[in-house]
Design a protein around this ligand. Structure first.
Ligand code: 13P
Length: 249
């Protein structure tokens, strides 16, 4: 007889602390580790504090269920005279295993183009980090009916190779408390997957949803067809909230 229930999805739940976090907040990491210790093995849990905390967080998380990531890396792989930049190799050396690239806040505030994002993803992968490549439309683009096309173009332009994780983060849903409907999320995830498959035939890709994911909506969002996890901003700062999201999957 065929099974009557679908098995739970393998998920990746990543927290992005953005420009928040002091060393004292490592206590939140400890609390998170304690709270998610028993989460099912098919759920990957990633936390991305600021660079200043990478090494300490990685040391603290070692051997547990939480992997540490960084929020950006330099587009240049080799060491050199690049004041203020942090290379992917340095992030890996500090204990990071993932790197967010192409977040809309960096695309907007630092003028990062798809080509720059692709170069950063290449640098991250070369250093052994898993790139989490962010894509997503603005409110104006959604209102103009361009969301699917914008995301497809970003996927094609920002992913240099298979082996990345994608994160669909509609710009208008970030930090606003607004979220797309389940149908809208499913539609864009399907479009992103189509665009990825067109560029890398046969390669699987995990696609996270990000934008106002909270304990109260996580279970519904994570259950949507084509959603393979979440990229969580504000609600990842408090271990209690982030653990609730991880356990909702
Ligand atoms: P919020 O969860 O605060 O909306 O942020 C989402 C985000 O930008 C994660 O990268």
């Amino acid at each position: 007889m065929p099974p009557t229930t679908t098995p739970p999805k393998p998920l990746l739940i990543a927290g992005n602390w953005k420009m928040y976090g002091r060393m004292a907040d490592l206590a939140e990491l400890d609390a998170l580790a304690a709270a998610v210790g028993g989460v099912r093995a098919e759920v990957d849990v990633v936390l991305c504090p600021p660079f200043t905390m990478t090494a300490a967080a990685a040391g603290r998380a070692k051997g547990g269920r939480i992997a540490i990531g960084v929020q950006d890396v330099a587009a240049i792989g080799a060491d050199g005279a690049h004041t203020g930049d942090v290379s992917a190799a340095m992030a890996a050396d500090a204990g990071a295993r993932f790197a967010i690239v192409g977040h809309s806040e960096r695309r907007a505030a630092h003028g990062e183009t798809d080509a720059v994002v692709a170069a950063k993803a290449t640098a991250a992968a070369a250093a052994g980090l898993v790139p989490i490549v962010c894509v997503g439309e603005t409110l104006e683009q959604r209102k103009a009916g361009e969301a699917a096309a914008v995301v497809a173009a970003q996927v094609a332009g920002s992913c240099p190779a298979a082996g990345v994780v994608l994160a669909y983060e509609p710009v208008w849903a970030i930090g606003t408390g607004l979220t797309p409907t389940a149908a809208e999320i499913a539609e864009i995830h399907a479009e992103a997957r189509r665009a990825f498959a067109a560029k890398f035939p046969g390669a699987a890709v995990r696609i996270l949803y990000g934008g106002s994911v909270k304990p109260g909506n996580a279970a519904e969002i994570l259950a949507i067809d084509g959603v393979d996890g979440a990229l969580v901003g504000g609600a990842s700062l408090k271990a209690k909230d982030f653990a609730a999201i991880v356990l909702a999957g």
